[in-house]
Ligand binder design. Sequence first.
Ligand SMILES: C[S@@+](CC[C@H](N)C(=O)[O-])C[C@H]1O[C@@H](n2cnc3c(N)ncnc32)[C@H](O)[C@@H]1O
Length: 188
Amino acid sequence: MKIRESGMPPQDVWDLFFDPDGILDRLGLDGSVTDAVEFGCGYGTFTLPAANRVSGRVLGLDIEPEMLAIATRNAVNAGVSNIDFSLRDFVGEGTGLPDESVDFAMMFNILHLLDPVSLLREALRVLKSGGRLGIIHWNHDEETPRGPPLSIRPTAERCFDWALAAGFSAASEILDLPPYHYGMVLQR
Ligand SMILES: C[S@@+](CC[C@H](N)C(=O)[O-])C[C@H]1O[C@@H](n2cnc3c(N)ncnc32)[C@H](O)[C@@H]1O
């Protein structure tokens, strides 16, 4: 099932909202990571810079063929060859990854889904012991230029509590990721 309110504006608009490398720096996604997975890769905004950092491969999952086509084209144009894009409904079917198979999981701008704890448990399952989960989401603030309605948009504290409920341990404090986002790192 597609996550509610998870449609995307045109790529040139989406790109205005982030400093992807700055965010990945703050989340500690660096060369110590071998393999990573991104839940809902969209245009590859974060998938491509993540792939440039890891020593292995990044799996980018998305339910929308159009997103995967654009992300694949972006990767080809950028000469990034260590990404596997896969059409998948991770809410309905999970990631399809084996247990304890990746070092880092990315959940960026998706945790307003109906059952976040179940999806967080799927991230926990696929992470190796000591592996990390990076979360970012839109600030819970009506001044943001985009993002799900505030009625379903989680606060940072709520995401943190959900991750702990799913079985993660805190690996960072809540991070301010200006101009519009917060983030956090959890550990398996
Ligand atoms: C708001 S966008 C965020 C994209 C990316 N994480 C980013 O921050 O740039 C959410 C993405 O998740 C995808 N998505 C929504 N529901 C999904 C599902 N059930 N399984 C896989 N992908 C899904 C959407 O197609 C969309 O590309």
